[in-house]
Design a protein around this ligand. Structure first.
Ligand SMILES: [Zn+2]
Length: 480
């Protein structure tokens, strides 16, 4: 089966970097790109008209947690200020006795919904952190049904986080919890690598630098090398983690990772905001950025999550210029990678106090080639002969875009997920005419709303205040 997409603007690849081909075509045969260029004379079985559109390599989301947005609603609340915008700690940690009511995974509704949601923003490959949980088979089956390309594995850590009734955070340490979690993750990695017709790849996801013992992190690197998978860990994601590790280890989280031999090109660091020199830290010592750059590790940066908290990376441009490979992640909600590209660019300009920073080229590269490098693939994130037929078609012919001269700048300036018309993974069309094709979106949304109500109704059962959702997170206006 050979299909030709008639652009539009086609994002080609010259072997080194992207190029824009006006009125270009992309031809793919089954799951691989066969031709990218101006004219294609051979016979094809099907033609897709994408005039007025950008035909882009499918985007790569390097940090994603599946589930509905009901919990993210709680993370946005700013009234617990004593953990310095460490939102998942200050709002996500339940009381001990209420823990069974919090953070319930729901494969069929929540996890399915979020994978479809991110797919519809043009993401064809996502790094889904921790999704399989303790019962992986239904999760893997769901990923197969959704059709997205997915790097995943259960996450694990030594610590469970709880809050007491006064809102004090407790690190509940347990060596066995960590090593048993690692064993489960290794089993998953061995069993499911290459599942879903080759679209599912496994990785190891130790939780955070402050929630894993140095020994567990060392064991993780050793195991990952033995079974040939990559690793991503949350690192320098909040002030609380930075100071906890500094106090505990007399090293920054990045220095600790270097000291235990954790960092190399097969490792990526989630978020990686609070490195030495960040203006929030009052810690102008050492050179974490140089450590990361010298190690070859990548950074998976989720700008929206931090903008919500009033925080910017300092800066996306500085990391790139230091030689760090950068990917973009969507992390919380909405999972709209086109917007996250824009946020990455704008946050970099704010951090650098320069409108020359945050170039659209650089954030587009991060969401394509940077993500591909992060997972070690040269057949993703680009449209070239032999690459995977993972393609996003973004409609630019809309009042919102006005006149278009440079389609990449137009996308970074204006596009949101709802401008993505078509998404193709492995040569299979999953989204067309802005609709996900494999299930009824209205029916899914009804289930998502019901699930959200259930999650919000359960807040009083696990929240340290014992209060209901409207008291914990007051609505913008009184509702009646
Ligand atoms: Zn995360």
């Amino acid at each position: 089966m050979k299909t030709l997409i008639q652009g539009g603007y086609v994002v080609g690849f010259d072997g080194r970097e992207h190029e824009i081909i006006k009125d270009g075509v992309v031809v793919y045969e089954n799951d691989r790109v066969a031709f990218v260029g101006k004219d294609y004379k051979e016979r094809v079985d099907k033609t897709i008209d994408a005039k007025g559109c950008l035909v882009s390599p499918g985007l790569i989301d390097t940090h994603f947690h599946s589930g509905i947005n009901a919990s993210d609603y709680l993370l946005n609340e700013a009234n617990k200020v004593d953990y310095f915008a460490s939102n998942y700690l200050s709002h996500g940690a339940p009381t001990r006795e209420g823990a069974q009511h919090a953070h319930l995974k729901d494969v069929d509704v929540g996890q399915r919904f979020s994978l479809i949601h991110v797919l519809k923003s043009g993401v064809t490959t996502t790094l889904e952190i921790g999704g399989p949980g303790a019962d992986p088979a239904p999760f893997v089956a769901m990923v197969d049904e959704v059709g997205i390309r997915c790097y995943t594995g259960p996450s694990y850590k030594n610590v469970s986080f709880f809050q007491d009734r006064e809102g004090r955070l407790e690190y509940d340490w347990n060596d066995a919890r960590g090593s048993e979690g690692l064993e489960r993750a290794i089993d998953f990695a061995k069993k499911y690598n290459g599942a879903c017709k080759g679209r599912l790849h496994t990785m190891l996801f130790p939780g955070h630098v402050d929630s894993c013992t140095p020994e567990l992190m060392k064991q993780t690197r050793k195991a990952a090398k033995e079974i040939g998978v990559r690793v991503q860990i949350h690192a320098t994601i909040n002030l609380f983690e930075f100071h906890t590790v500094l106090q505990r280890e007399r090293a920054t989280p990045i220095e600790l990772l270097q000291r235990i031999g954790f960092l190399d090109p097969e490792v990526s660091l989630s978020h990686c905001i609070f490195i030495s020199g960040h203006s929030w830290l009052a810690y102008p010592y050492g050179d974490d950025l140089k450590i990361i750059a010298d190690s070859g590790a990548s950074v998976a940066y989720s700008p929206l999550k931090y903008l919500k908290l009033g925080i910017v990376m300092e800066s996306f441009d500085k990391y790139l210029n230091s030689g760090v490979n950068m990917g973009i992640g969507t992390d919380t909600f909405p999972k709209d990678i086109l917007s996250d590209m824009r946020y990455a660019a704008l946050a970099s300009r704010v951090a650098e106090k320069s409108f020359a920073a945050g170039h659209p080229r650089d954030v587009f590269n991060a969401a394509t080639l940077g993500g591909a490098k992060l997972v070690g693939r040269d057949d993703l994130g680009r449209l070239a002969k032999g690459a995977k037929a993972d393609i996003a078609i973004i409609n630019l012919r809309d009042i919102a875009f006005g006149a278009v001269r440079d389609p990449i700048k137009a996308v970074v300036e204006t596009a949101v997920s709802r401008d993505v018309r078509t998404v193709i993974v492995d040569g299979e069309t999953l989204v067309d005419d802005h609709k996900y094709l494999r299930l009824n979106e209205d029916e899914l949304l009804d289930k998502v709303q019901a699930k959200g109500e259930h999650v919000w109704d359960s807040v009083a059962k696990w929240h340290w205040t014992g209060k209901g959702v409207d008291e914990v997170v007051p609505p913008a206006f009184r509702m009646r």
